[in-house]
Write a protein that binds this ligand. Structure first.
Ligand code: IMP
Length: 195
């Protein structure tokens, strides 16, 4: 029988990426489906802090076991920016195109284009918190390529590939991505705990 797990996102892309890694054992439900329609606050200075803030907020509101993730793109030549500010790098909203333009502008003329995506997941289960991290190393190319995925995907080439995340199928991206890695750690934890 599939079990329900509340995931602190209303982003359809993320939802389907994470559901694909979880498989049939768990069905993800959204905050909206549990009556939480307001934006969940994420005001902390770190990915860990934000993931934790979001999962605690949701657990307090619903008393349902849940998890939240926070992701940042950390670019070496920019001192780790945009990092925790990845969603609102260029504007106050989630304007992916503007974020990508600003990233390219800030990297113009730089030879070091190393970058990594880092995801932190905070799971709250029975009132206890567990953290999981996933990292993928790669580099930023000079212009957008590909139309799959979202966010910085058209600019990010993971190590070991010669194409961007935006040129990959969802399965291919999940097999190496920051979020895929963090979610697999979450799944391993959930499965082992049930043994
Ligand atoms: P969030 O914390 O997962 O919402 O991610 C913050 C921001 O990082 C998003 O608004 C995107 O700009 C970017 N981001 C997160 N995950 C990905 C990804 O898998 N590919 C590309 N960009 C991402």
């Amino acid at each position: 029988m599939t079990k329900k797990l509340l995931f602190a996102t209303n982003n359809a892309h993320k939802l389907s990426e994470v559901q694909a890694v979880l498989g049939d054992t768990y069905t993800l439900i959204t905050p909206r489906a549990c009556g939480v329609t307001e934006e969940i606050p994420e005001t902390q200075p770190t990915l860990e802090g934000n993931a934790s803030q979001k999962s605690h907020y949701l657990y307090t509101r619903t008393q349902i076991d849940c998890f939240a993730d926070d992701t940042g793109l950390e670019v070496e030549a920019l001192g780790g920016a945009p990092g925790v500010h990845s969603a609102r790098y260029a504007t106050n909203g989630h304007d992916f195109a503007a974020n990508n333009r600003l990233l390219l502008k800030n990297l113009a003329g730089k030879t070091n284009r190393r970058a990594r995506f880092r995801t932190v997941i905070s799971l709250i289960e029975g009132g206890e918190e567990h953290l999981f991290e996933g990292i993928v190393e790669g580099h930023i190319i000079e212009q957008e390529i590909g139309s799959e995925g979202f966010g910085y995907d058209p600019l990010f080439v993971p190590d070991g590939f010669d194409k961007t995340f935006a040129e990959m199928t969802a399965d291919e991206k999940n097999s190496v991505s920051h979020r895929g890695r963090a979610v697999r750690k979450l799944v391993d934890y959930l499965h082992n705990r049930e043994k």
